[in-house]
Structures are given as structure tokens and as C-alpha cells.
Design a protein around this ligand. Sequence first.
Ligand code: SAM
Length: 239
Amino acid sequence: MTRRYFVPELSPTGGPLGLPADEAAHAARVMRATPGDRVVLFCGDGREAEAEITSVDKRHVFVLAEPPRNVDRELPFPLSVAASLPKADRARVLVEKLTELGVTQLQPLVCQRTQLAPSPAAIAKLRRAVVEASKQCGRNRLMQIGEATSFSQYLHQTDPDAASLIAHPDGHSLAVTLKSSGGDDGHSPVQIAVGPEGGFTDAEVEQAVETGWQRITLGPRILRIETAATAIVARIVLA
Ligand code: SAM
């Protein structure tokens, strides 16, 4: 497998460049990169560039890059997930899985029963996890993670044309709702909301339904946040 490295800015003409410090340390110490190795650079906006490593020391790795080109490994429709994030290690797993499955945006929610809103530092770590997962899965466009926002505020800024599904144990069949809302047609935008460990309150569910969201169930067992979000996304993406 070709090694991929994240370089936030790629020149349209290619040329020599140094990998950012954290990528250089990873390439040199973990991947044991050596001059002559072929690698792929990506910058998160959909482009990637072939490159050859030209020199390596403990902290610096220089490469000669070819001109970048657009390589699209995205879903054919926007798919966003809004979720009250679980604790750090499980939030990281959630971010990895959603990145691999092609989710466009993850919106951290602060719901009435959310125990701890994620700090800006915690969100910055999760954005770094998006880069790591994108290196592994070949995505060239980074999944966006927004700043934490209240659920009621979020409902005011969602896409009115998207199929809007709120996961609630007391909901309707996911398959039937996807079909009736156009969420399984392969091109309509889809947005999904997943609640905190204590669940959405009745008032939150009512507010969502009033703004056009549809309640969906994932069966009789209660799933953890990251399982619920990943299961819905997998059902939509792999249909
Ligand atoms: N006791 C909470 C309740 O009754 O909602 C369980 C919360 S669950 C740990 C966290 C979130 O995952 C829920 O708010 C919901 O969005 C989603 N979820 C978990 N299991 C689900 C299921 N079987 N059907 C629909 N949504 C589910």
C-alpha cells in the first residue's frame, strides 16, 4: 500500500517540499521512509499528488512532488451526522468510522442530557483523527467537524431539502423512512441526529419533528452513540 501523507498546501505545479513536522516524524520514525520511496500527498480539498522521497533525517523529510490531480473518493451526496459526542476514546472511534464511510460533516451537539460539551481542544484532536483516518482510507477530502452547538440552534441551521432522520428508540423503520424521504435515492442530501447517553428529551424530539425531522428506530436494543451513528451511516452508504 502506498504511504499517504497530509500536506495542507500543495502547489498546483508540484516541486520540492518538506513534509510538515508531525508527518515527517511519522514518516521517518514509524514508517522508516528512505530516499527513493514513492508516496502520495493529499491536502484535504480533493487533490492528491504522487511524490518521491529525496532526503530523510530524524525530523525532516523532503520530497519531490508531481502536480496534484483531483481524485474523488467521496459519496455522490452530502451526508451529515449531528451527535452528542461520547467520551474521548469512543468519540475518536466514531470519527474514524464516519470518515471511512464517507460522511461529509460531523456536528457535535449539546443536548439537554449531554453531560460534557466537547472543548475546542477536544475537537481539534478529533480533527487530527480525521486526517489520520483519511490517510488510511484514501479519502482526499476531509470530513468537517463543526464547533459544538446546542441541539435547538442546530435545528435552525439544517438543510430543509435533506432527508432528516433523528434516531430515537421510539421511531419508525429506518428502511421505510429512507425510502419515503428519498434518503436512499443515491443523490439527495441526508442528515442524521444521534442523542446523548441519556437520550433526547421528549421536547427535543418534538422540536425536531416540528421542523421536518423523522424519527427512526434501530431495533429493540439500545446502541451506544458511536454504534448507532455508524450503523445508520453504513445502512445508507452501503445500500
Ligand atoms: N436511554 C436512551 C434513550 O432511550 O434514548 C438511550 C440513549 S442511546 C445510548 C444514545 C443515542 O443513540 C439515542 O439518543 C439515539 O439517538 C441512538 N440510539 C441508540 N439505540 C437506538 C435504537 N435502538 N433506536 C434508535 N436510536 C437509538
